[in-house]
Design a protein around this ligand. Structure first.
Ligand code: GLU
Length: 280
């Protein structure tokens, strides 16, 4: 009697599992493998790629992590049922993000990561959760570089594998001496010691460096691209994309998004309207 009851329950569970799988339940409906969000929810742990050297966005100080991307990462992890101690942050330099995702070194990348078609051929994106624009950072004493049309013959620093370096190459290739470093903080060293004339990348990244070098560096403030920041993960995982899009929208609606921007960029920062989700 007892055994048959147990078997009966087992059969019901099996039937439910099969029907859940048939309607896309616990599996990723694109590939039939388990979707990332289901795995994270089951394991209650996640590895997230961030920047380690971008103040205000992704910064490692000792064993502490801070910045808007870190706050987005913690919010998403919380929604997936991951306790804060079970989040592992890994440094994801611009040139390594696609590979780190593809190899499974990280589950998610939340690292000032612009959504574009070239990258979408390799990884999946949710979002955007923020919109930046490429701009220029110069020494405060510089009066000649007043915008992207004044870069002739100048040495411009940017980072390998970034859309910023790509834009400089495609728009100013003949007139500008582009120097590509591994990370933006290395460009800051070059800018402060005079090795380069300007650093070009997203305005929000530049604002973070200007804030920690008061009186020494200034952002020009004439953005010349649109950079939609997305959350990167392995390709072909619609269930993960939809879940992450939902959490981004919750973060925007419950006030946490605005609070995170104000916390990381200070009272003087004018919080923009959150962008509409485009990656469906
Ligand atoms: N958002 C740009 C990109 O994804 C520049 C910033 C970065 O390198 O992280 O390439």
């Amino acid at each position: 009697m007892r055994v048959s009851r147990i078997l009966g329950v087992g059969a019901t569970v099996l039937a439910l599992t099969l029907s859940a799988a048939a309607c896309g339940g616990p599996t990723n409906n694109d590939t039939g493998t388990q979707s990332l969000v289901d795995r994270i929810r089951a394991e209650k742990k996640v590895t997230i790629g961030i920047k380690f050297d971008q103040p205000g966005l992704g910064l490692k100080t000792g064993d502490m992590y801070s910045g808007f991307d870190v706050d987005v990462a913690r919010y998403i992890a919380g929604k997936l049922g991951v306790p804060e101690d079970n989040i592992t942050f890994k440094q994801s330099p611009s040139a390594q993000r696609e590979d780190m995702i593809a190899k499974g070194d990280v589950d998610l990348v939340i690292a000032t990561y612009t959504i574009n078609d070239q990258r979408k051929a390799k990884v999946g994106f949710a979002g955007p959760y923020f919109v930046a624009g490429q701009d220029l950072l110069v020494r405060s004493s510089n009066t000649t570089i007043t915008g992207p049309d004044k870069l002739n013959g100048k040495k411009i620093c940017s980072v390998a594998g970034s859309t910023s370096a790509q834009t400089i190459k495609s728009k100013f290739s003949t007139s500008v001496g582009l120097q590509q470093y591994g990370g933006y903080s290395e460009c800051i060293t070059g800018l402060l010691n005079g090795a380069v004339d300007a650093l070009s990348t997203d305005d929000i990244i530049l604002a973070g460096y200007a804030a920690i070098n008061p009186g020494e560096l200034k952002v020009i403030g004439k953005p010349f691209t649109t950079e939609n920041y997305g959350i990167g993960f392995k390709r072909d995982d619609t269930k993960t994309r939809q879940a992450l899009n939902g959490y981004i929208q919750e973060m925007e609606q419950d006030g946490s998004w605005k609070a995170a921007l104000m916390k990381n960029f200070g009272a003087g920062y004018k919080v923009p309207q959150p962008p509409a989700i485009t990656e469906k």
